[in-house]
Design a binder for this molecule. Structure first.
Ligand code: 4AD
Ligand code: MG
Length: 459
């Protein structure tokens, strides 16, 4: 049994085995209290080791922070406060010691910056254990949400020949020797590379998801995506996970309904199923985060157009680092202001200027906006970007040309608009940003086990 299950039992003196790593050890006159954690929950199991225990002087010093231990003993009602049960050991096996002079996790609270440097040990802290469990539970909730609604999970490729966002922020994939790249007078000779053409890591599975949506109606992807953005912020990673549903026979308004329902579903799931960890975040990381999330599940998201958002921002009279004018992309300071100050809840902004959005978004009849939808939340700003897709072949082709993209790379995407084209929509949720939102963790590097960011690749 794991500690989580043992802690739920009544201590009746039953024989049990508990395995874990020492979190703390506290000595009193006659006994040592050793707290074991096995990652099953945030709480520890207390082992009460009396000085009369056989070979106490040999065993006790080896039960230092970080040591791995198997304890056989009896589960009893705890004499102390803070736990309902504890273990009286009959037999203790130290599986692996952790030299106290060297083990880095000694202090009760280390800075997150320091813990990032020891990503091999940080899951043994309360915070990172809780983040790992929440992340896992949220992944499960995502699959449940779509599975319950008949969406097909499609695995889109990691290596790709097309740039989904058309923003040129892609990592190259090549087997060329870097000191001897074949060139012709026209530039690099990709015909001699592994795939015979230029290849990159995907920035989004959307374009491939559209292929499957136009056959299976409702699909989603959930996998790693990569962006060579030079953004050294608390909400950007070079490798992050994205959830991307894509729905045929679906317009932007149904797309927004889905995004809102989807987020609320995940919030409810963690509030119901991860109670202990969420209480930890709500007291130790972001005061009141549980109440905030509860409130969000019970109220509806605000919906406004980009033009309205710009007007609201201007009206506010606030001095932004980037002054607001129609046509500019909303910066994170604007997004935060809209959700935190103006509406105090999640906001879906629609109908952005076409010139700041990707080529695939459906153009509105006004000729200057597209059917985009971004979901913004307090503290973080954008966590979802989505749109209705351009399903008209002619308009899509002219947009691809206008934006200087190579239409040869999108021939199949264009063909989908020739054969059985239909209104369809989808969105991409930044998984780590949602985890930040749920846990209150400030830095995106602390909600993914091994962060990859510009200038850092430690593990
Ligand atoms: O808004 P984005 O760029 O949208 C797309 O990629 C679309 N193809 C999605 C779709 O319609 N299927 O990215 C979607 C979300 C953002 O809202 C953000 O939450 C997250 O992905 N994101 C990042 N998260 C962490 N680090 C980065 N560098 C991110 N870039 C985007
Ligand atoms: Mg976006």
């Amino acid at each position: 049994m794991r500690i989580k299950e043992l802690l739920a039992l009544e201590g009746k003196g039953q024989h049990i085995t508990v395995e874990g790593w020492v979190r703390t050890k506290r000595d009193s006159r006659d006994v040592s209290f050793v707290a074991l954690n096995d990652g099953s929950c945030i709480d520890n199991m207390q082992v009460v080791l009396p000085k009369s225990f056989p070979l106490f002087d040999d065993i006790e010093p080896r039960l230092s922070n970080g040591a791995s231990v198997t304890v056989r003993g009896r589960l009893v009602k705890s004499q102390g406060t803070g736990q309902s049960v504890e273990v009286l050991p009959d037999e203790i096996t130290v599986q692996g010691e952790a030299n106290p002079a060297e083990y880095p996790l000694q202090k009760k609270r280390h800075s997150f910056e320091f813990l990032r440097e020891i990503a091999h040990l940080r899951p043994r802290t309360n915070t990172f254990g809780a983040v790992a469990r929440i992340r896992s539970a949220m992944s499960y909730a995502i699959h449940s949400y779509f599975n319950e609604r008949g969406f097909v999970y499609v695995h889109t490729p990691v290596i790709t020949g097309s740039d989904c966002e058309g923003a040129g922020e892609m990592f190259r994939v090549t087997t060329f020797p870097l000191d001897k790249i074949p060139v012709t007078k026209d530039g690099v000779d990709f015909s001699r590379d592994f795939f015979g053409k230029e290849a990159s890591l995907t920035v989004s599975g959307q374009l491939e998801a559209e292929i499957y949506a136009l056959a299976l109606k409702n699909v989603y992807t959930f996998g790693p995506t990569f962006r060579a953005e030079n953004s050294n912020t608390s909400r950007h990673l070079a490798e992050f996970w994205m959830v991307e549903p894509e729905m045929a026979f679906c317009d932007i308004s149904l797309n927004m309904d889905t995004a809102e329902e989807f987020i609320k579903y995940i919030l409810k799931y963690v509030l119901t199923n991860c109670r202990l960890d969420m209480e930890f975040f709500s007291t130790m990381i972001e005061k009141g985060v549980v109440e905030n999330l509860e409130h969000i599940t019970e109220s509806s998201f605000e919906r406004i157009t980009y033009t309205e958002a710009v007007n609201e921002l201007k009206k506010s009279g606030k001095n932004f680092d980037y002054p607001v004018e129609w046509g500019m992309d909303l910066q994170s300071e604007h997004e935060k202001f809209i959700t935190q100050e103006i509406f105090r809840k999640p906001v879906i902004v629609t109908d952005y200027p076409r010139d700041i959005k990707a080529f695939y978004m459906k153009q509105n009849d006004d000729g200057r906006t597209v059917r985009a939808m971004d979901v913004l939340v307090p503290r973080l700003g954008e966590i979802i970007g989505g749109s209705e897709r351009e399903n008209d072949h002619g308009r899509l082709l002219s947009r691809i040309r206008e934006m200087g993209l190579d239409e040869k790379n999108y021939w199949w995407y264009l063909e989908l608009r020739k054969y059985g084209s239909v209104p369809h929509s989808g969105f991409g949720l930044g998984f780590e940003r949602l985890i930040q939102f749920v846990t209150g963790m400030q830095n995106i590097r602390d909600v993914i086990p091994f962060p990859r960011c510009v200038g850092t690749l430690d593990f």
